[in-house]
Design a binder for this molecule. Structure first.
Ligand code: S3P
Length: 440
């Protein structure tokens, strides 16, 4: 099912408190990468905790269409990927459908650009076909890639003619892990070393996992902004354990903070240092979050997070922090509505090219609840402490908007209703069940 297939309107609860324990599903970014690297490795990769949601299913479907055996992806099942080796992906006999998943499309562009003599076409749902892909295509073209599509190869459907690639030094204009990862995947089969230099460091799951699979990769430079990859070593299948997604945990961290009487533990949350912005900001706002049972699981730091209700103060989020919490801004906007004082989010223009224009959509939807939000070209100004009242809401097909609005509705007086609530399944299919269970 894609996010747009079945349209579900759902009543949203208001009031109550959250108690108990919740285990959020596997990290979406790590899940995509485990499937992709497993596919081009030699031997079998097993993936425990893979996110069984629509986005990783899109990646798996594309890989299967290119001859990779991926076992069924279901809650609680360890997934097996039978790797076909670096050059083993077959030309598919149909278009590859990336669904709603920007990560699938952008990483596939990098993965497929160097498959010499093979032809691929990538498409997706209406949201994905409107998202900019040139940011990946342009650097890949400097490596020798041949990519065509609408709006000067910016918009899917995109056609890739596999070509021999060469490495080089590539500076990316935006700190985007999707762009960086696409270039690194292309670099695996390029001639010579590929160096990616980012304006600031984006999430580093690709670097960690490429190294774990045996790639020759080094991270250097000030704050780890330079990543060097030399082709050569074959990747070897691994046993990957996927931690819970901090981006999914963020909904519970905010809900637990803003609902009086709440106390809950979010278990098994990945605390990769490049993803910690949401914790940093919530704590600066006064949230009561304790890190428990910190441990290392398959090279990624993991912990349980205990969150208790606490009054929040306004926050300031500037461009330096954005890459470390880019997906959490919708729910942080909800936290800001409940905080004392005026919050300011700046340098967040990237949100305009996510699954929806999240600055516009969040302002529009929060205003329906009575929030005072001013949309800026690159951010939001939010006046906290204005009482919210229940309203008719719409996810506008965006999974993170759907779940953020569910949190906002909890603190509003009176019932709300959410159109297109099914969008949550893109990253967190059990969200509504978990919410019903935790709410008392
Ligand atoms: C992702 C990177 C982020 C994020 C997206 C997943 C990834 O996008 O918003 O949900 O897995 O690499 P950008 O890297 O384009 O900011």
């Amino acid at each position: 099912m894609t996010a747009s297939a079945a349209v579900t309107s759902r009543p949203l609860s208001s009031g109550g408190r959250l108690r108990g324990r919740v285990r959020v599903p596997g990290d979406k970014s790590i899940s995509h990468r485990a499937l992709l690297l497993g596919a081009i490795a030699e031997g079998t990769t097993t993936i425990e905790g893979l996110l069984p949601a629509e986005d990783p299913l899109s990646t798996a479907a594309c890989l299967r269409a290119m001859g990779v055996t991926v076992s069924p992806i279901e809650v609680g099942l360890t997934v097996r990927v039978e790797g076909v080796g670096l050059d083993g992906l077959q030309e598919p006999n149909n278009v590859l459908d990336c669904g709603n998943s920007g990560t699938t499309m952008r990483l596939m562009l990098g993965l497929l650009a160097g498959r010499v003599g093979r032809h691929f076409v990538l498409t997706g749902d209406a949201s994905l076909r409107g998202r900019p892909m040139r940011r990946v295509g342009q650097p890949l073209e400097t490596m020798g890639a041949c990519i065509g599509g609408r709006d000067r190869a910016n918009l899917a459907p995109l056609a890739i003619e596999g070509r021999p690639l060469r490495g080089g030094v590539i500076g990316t204009p935006v700190a985007s892990a999707q762009v960086k990862s696409a270039i690194l995947l292309a670099g695996l089969t390029a001639e010579g070393t590929t160096t990616v230099i980012e304006p600031s460091r984006s999430r580093d799951h690709s670097e960690r996992m490429l190294r774990a699979f045996g790639a020759d990769l080094e991270v250097r430079g000030e704050l780890g902004r330079h990543v060097h990859l030399s082709p050569g070593p074959a990747l070897r299948g691994q046993e990957v354990v996927v931690p819970g997604d901090i981006s999914s945990a963020a909904f519970w961290l905010v809900a637990g903070s803003v609902l009086p009487g709440s106390e809950l533990v979010v278990e098994n949350v990945g605390l990769n240092p490049t993803r910690m912005g949401v914790l940093q900001v919530l704590r600066a706002m006064g949230a009561d979050i304790t890190v428990q049972r910190e441990r290392l699981v398959a090279g990624e730091p993991v912990a349980d997070l205990l969150v208790r209700h606490a009054p929040l103060e306004a926050c300031r989020i500037g461009s330096d922090l954005i890459p470390s919490l880019v997906d959490e801004i919708p729910v942080l906007a909800v936290a800001a509505c409940c905080a004392r004082g005026q919050s300011r989010i700046e340098g967040a223009a990237e949100l305009r090219v996510k699954e929806t224009d999240r600055l516009a959509v969040m302002s529009r939807q929060l205003e329906r609840l009575g929030a005072r939000v001013e949309e800026r070209p690159d951010g939001l100004l939010i006046e906290g402490g204005v009482p919210l009242r229940g309203a008719g809401l719409d996810s506008e097909t965006d999974h993170r908007v759907a779940m953020s609005l569910a949190v906002a509705a909890l603190v509003a007086s009176g019932e709300s209703r959410l159109e297109r609530s099914e969008a949550a399944a893109v990253s967190y299919p059990g969200f509504w069940t978990d919410l019903d269970r935790l709410l008392c």
